[in-house]
Design a protein around this ligand. Sequence first.
Ligand code: HEC
Length: 392
Amino acid sequence: MEWLNLSVRWVHMITGVAWIGASFYFVWLENNLNRINPRDGLAGDLWAIHGGGIYHLEKYKLAPPTMPDNLHWFKWEAYSTWMSGVALMGVVFYANPTLYLLAPGSSLSGVEGIAIGIGSLIAGWFIYDVLCDSPLGKRPALLGLILFVLLIGAAFGFSKVFSGRGAYLHVGAIIGTIMVGNVFRIIMPAQRALVAAIADGRTPDPSLPAKGLLRSRHNNYFTLPVLFIMISNHFPSTYGSQYNWLILAGIAVLAVLVRHYFNTRHNSHAFAWTLPVAALGMICLAYVTGPAQMSTDAASAARASGVDFNKVHSVIQERCAVCHSAKPTSPLFSTAPAGVMLDTPQQIQQLAPRIQAQAVISQIMPLGNITQMTQQERDLIGAWIDKGAQTH
Ligand code: HEC
């Protein structure tokens, strides 16, 4: 399973880089075209140097008079990113729903969880598509706001039934599906119609390129939030928080602001303020998710009374060492997950900060809380760490 995960994840990352890289490049190209006195029929041109070569690119207003022999399309990057992404959802979340997908103690069965997950991807696309084609499509700012509220609503809903990671990744997968749907259902058909018209010697319908514009613009603003969600697994203080959906909303707003600056900087620096605001926003998020805000009354009580390491050791033996051991007894793991072994007092002491992050502050360990760790036990470990994590 680990090697399957590695292979699929690797492919997903490579195709994702190719897709988003190409899309960033074309946005940049569009924004930096020299539009002063273009040759007849051209929208503009651009000179660039890269890898030791000098390139001269030209963009047509609508279409060249005849089709070139070899026209490059950019679509398989998007499709393969989506296909490998769905496969990765399967390998990580759906192969082991109780451990990874469902919220600890959830009353849902694995199959129900998977159905909600897959159903939400499909529903997400159809709701989005209907909204874009409705009269709202003519009011992009309002539509953008509605999409944002709906997506955060989905994040809130997921956070009630899924683990933090499951919730985040499903929001990311809904957005990713919308982005690929835009390529597959809107942008590609419009481009095919354009190319067919040129090939038949007809004058292409000038509204064709505009058709994909709203959708491309959405894809453009979706990229940074999606990229955050895809790396969010590494950051338990985001998805592991009780208010993970609000944190996601905050990060998404900051990401969209930053994207907006990069979209507009070619003709004005009017949005340069978004960069320091985003940095400040990240600092605020770091502050509000910090440990001090999360300690409970029980933890302060335990702290006041002092803690005995033997108790901590037996809690970790019982709740963690089934997986985190040189020889895990859990049938799910043949080696200690993430290389984290919690057998000896020295190992526990050395890993205290990571134990605190995973089992006290964010409570994402034990995975799916399958060993049924209690709040008192978390408080006990938290108090022991606060007191300096002594083993005697
Ligand atoms: C069901 C098996 C299981 C149990 C029980 C479990 N873990 Fe984990 N743990 C994992 C897996 C799998 C990973 C690998 C990373 C991941 O998938 O999140 C992990 C990763 C970790 C990490 C490394 C994360 C990092 O990057 O710092 C720490 C620390 C950790 N667990 C601590 C604990 C503690 C403390 C307990 C007990 C309170 C516990 N785990 C119980 C399965 C388990």
